[in-house]
Design a protein around this ligand. Structure first.
Ligand code: GLU
Length: 309
């Protein structure tokens, strides 16, 4: 349905912007050109691979070792966090760095990591059915999910926020969403929070946030909601068209998902995180990735080594 803002010249502009966004999200411009403000390889830390590391108490680790590679679930459309370059198939971003850091600590060099894109709604099932060994992708730790999977970390604290078009002046926080079309990813905590706490908002869901952003740019929805860390990445790619509105209104501690009950793996990852926070690699990884969306490195949140479950 044509929206009153979607006059033909406007539509052409939006189409052009979408093309720009697609290129930006793809992380590549013309062939051979560097990604727009993308992480520079030289600035990324190298994580020394643990030698003779063994974790016989972890069924996940034992199986991965036998297989010869580690399968890690990630996102592929979240700028500065987990992004896949469609041309090279290469994944980059802060979550990807955390994944590489963890793999190295478990004795798996980068060439033995297989990244697999898994959407928000499918994370628990993927860990439960052995499709992936770990998950690193803006994955909020909460009690409901802890009944289904285990979590190492947290390694970062995000907060739910709103992304709107730059010319939007009526939406400053979730209280302004009544009657507005709001898009989020199915199975995400931000989706669930709007559904529970702001029932007057008209919720729309897709598998991924990048589809929500396309819908925002084409006036199909009025706002996209998820973690500030994710939204800042989209806004940074097209700052003239998009902005993050208001202040974060939740706490989203990011954890590394592991199969439930594999406490040996979970605690080994907690140790690895603590070591990388101490030796400066966490900060270096942040600065070369998520830091590019404009927020200086915060102090990482305290790691929660919760008892075996
Ligand atoms: N951190 C939130 C969640 O785990 C939103 C981001 C996401 O969907 O990955 O649901």
């Amino acid at each position: 349905m044509p929206h009153r803002h979607s006059s033909p010249p406007r539509r052409a502009l939006v189409a052009l912007l979408l093309a720009v966004l697609a290129l930006a999200l793809a992380g590549c411009g013309r062939e051979g050109s560097p990604p727009v403000k993308g992480p520079k390889g030289s600035e990324l830390p190298q994580y020394p691979v643990a030698r003779n590391f063994r974790l016989p108490a972890s069924p996940t680790w034992v199986q991965a070792k036998r297989r010869g590679h580690l399968v890690i679930g990630v996102k592929e459309d979240q700028p500065y966090l987990g992004e896949k370059d469609p041309a090279s198939g290469r994944y980059t971003g802060f979550d990807i760095e955390i994944a590489k850091m963890m793999s190295a600590a478990l004795g798996f060099p980068p060439r033995t990591i297989e990244f697999k894109t898994i959407a928000s709604a499918n994370r628990e099932t993927a860990l439960q059915n052995g499709q992936i060994d770990l998950y690193v992708g803006t994955y909020t730790i909460n009690d409901k999910r802890k009944k289904l999977v285990g979590f190492a970390g947290p390694y970062y604290l995000a907060g739910q926020s709103l992304l709107v078009r730059a010319d939007e002046h009526d939406i400053h926080g979730p209280q302004d969403l009544a009657g507005k079309r709001v898009c989020s990813a199915a199975g995400s905590t931000p989706y669930q929070r709007i559904q529970a706490d702001y029932p007057k908002a008209v919720l729309v869901s897709y598998d991924t946030y990048s589809v929500c952003v396309d819908n925002l740019l084409t006036y199909q929805v009025d706002a996209v909601t998820t973690d500030d860390a994710i939204l800042l990445g989209y806004a940074a790619k097209v700052p003239d068209e998009l902005k993050v509105a208001g202040k974060p209104f939740s706490q989203e501690p990011y954890g590394i998902g592991v199969p439930r009950g594999d406490n040996a793996l979970r605690l080994a990852l907690d140790d690895a995180l603590a070591a990388n926070e101490k030796n400066g690699n966490w900060q270096k990884a942040y600065d070369a990735t998520l830091g590019l969306s404009g927020v200086p490195a915060p102090k990482p949140p305290p790691i929660d080594r919760y008892p075996a479950s």
